[in-house]
Design a protein around this ligand. Structure first.
Ligand code: FES
Length: 357
């Protein structure tokens, strides 16, 4: 699994009332390992008593900046985000895993592409990194951003976005949508629902000219935008998205409790990792294979524990397991028996999984 490095905090700055930007000091000897692509995230780690807590936050800086910055929005009762927003200060240290994630697409300096971005709230974090990178490195490409917030005062990175619009004059269009403030043009009031996306496709967006679309926000918005763009003729494989999970839906909860009933008590689990084998027995109390493995002493990779980041991905070699939720694996990966271990519940007496594939 990836190494964890203690990094010094260079700066902690308030971006809005409940969002903080953290800048890390990456020493020269770690710069190669911490090199990143636009759209990737850093996983931060801290000890809370006996518990190791990790959270992944998208990098909001661009690889062209030689800066490592994440923006963290305070979530009510979110232990990590509250700590960052209220306690963390410059010169403190935090354990950090090197960048990972596959949200972005490769930069092509000769490309002349049209990128479309949809973001809600702190979903802007990976998006602003992508916008800056593509504009800086692809002089012939253009970007359109459709950005949803509650109020004008809660818009994260308003100033940075306006700077980018000026710096790359004529190549970045930004449209702000607000849910709790009324403005004169009705189109820009309220959520990005299917009607609104249809209107955008008939006015501001030339769907035939779009090369790549990136959507970052909560599930319902994300799938509504994706499906509406597809109905308007956009090829599905041009749409890339990253989900900001806000909790399990009622349907997810019902599915999880059904799965719990199917869960085999006493399943024998074998983990293959780094050429080593690790064995343990899973009990009815264990919530998922990853946590049961960590409890039994295995050193396994994880970050979000929410079925989103795929850091805990492994492959079933023998036996069967079901996932409570899966926001990360595609159909073809499921066909090849890949599994998110943080969501996995064994449904056979024996389960063998491999983390090295
Ligand atoms: S740890 Fe992120 S999907 Fe499992």
């Amino acid at each position: 699994m990836s190494n964890v490095y203690p990094l010094q905090i260079k700066a902690v700055e308030k971006e809005t009332d409940d969002c903080t930007v953290v800048s890390f000091d990456v020493p020269d000897e770690l710069k190669a390992e911490f090199q990143f692509q636009q759209g990737q995230h850093l996983t931060l780690e801290r000890q809370n008593g006996d518990e190791t807590i990790r959270r992944s936050y998208s990098l909001c800086s661009s690889p062209v900046d030689d800066e490592w910055q994440v923006a963290v929005k305070e979530i009510p009762e979110g232990r990590f985000s509250t700590f960052i927003n209220r306690e963390l200060k410059a010169n403190d240290q935090l354990n950090v895993l090197p960048p990972s994630g596959e949200f972005g697409v490769p930069v092509d300096t000769k490309a002349s592409k049209n990128y479309l971005f949809f973001a809600a709230g702190s979903g802007i974090t990976p998006i602003i990194s992508m916008i800056k990178t593509h504009l800086a490195k692809e002089p012939n490409s253009k970007c359109q951003l459709f950005y949803l917030n509650k109020t004008a005062g809660s818009i994260i990175f308003k100033e940075r976005l306006e700077q980018l619009r000026n710096q790359f004059f004529g190549r970045l269009e930004i449209y702000y949508f607000l849910t709790r403030e009324q403005r004169d043009i009705e189109l820009f009031n309220g959520r990005l629902d299917a009607d609104k996306v249809n209107t955008l496709c008939n006015t501001l967006i030339d769907i035939d000219e779009v090369n790549d679309v990136f959507i970052c926000g909560p599930e319902q918005m994300l799938f509504t935008i994706r499906d509406t763009l597809v109905e308007n003729g956009l090829a599905k494989d041009r749409i890339h998205y990253e989900l900001f999970v806000t909790g399990l839906s009622e349907a997810d909860k019902a599915r999880v409790s059904q799965l719990r009933e199917q869960q085999k008590s006493g399943s024998k689990i074998t983990i293959l990792d780094g050429g080593k084998e690790f064995h343990f027995t899973m009990s009815q109390e264990d919530d998922n294979v990853l946590d049961a493995g960590l409890k039994a002493g295995a050193d396994l990779p994880f970050a979000c524990k929410g079925g989103v980041c795929s850091t805990c991905k492994c492959k079933i070699i023998e036996g069967e397991a079901e996932m409570k939720i899966n926001y990360a694996l595609e159909e073809d990966e499921l066909d090849k028996k890949y599994l998110l271990s943080c969501q996995a519940i064994p449904t056979t007496d024996k389960l063998v999984i491999d983390y090295d594939v």
